[in-house]
Design a protein. Sequence first.
Length: 90
Amino acid sequence: MGLGSALVFALTAYLYAVIAWVILSWIPVSRDHALGSLEAFLDRVISPATQPIRRVVPPFRMGGGALDLSPLILIIAVRWVLIPLAGRLP
């Protein structure tokens, strides 16, 4: 596996991790549960990338709640890098 293939694999795995992080954020579980431990791990991995996005694009207020768009923006940004990179592989 070359460097380009490894980078494509890592970025693809990161995309799936972001999607799993979003889905797990909707499920209320304690940190003692296996899913809670997974969510805490993903939070430590993904939050450093979403924090700068949240500073620029704050959560969208909707009535009594808010919609955090930072994971969506992160997914779009990673795909924006991933698609041309994957297209150049043999």
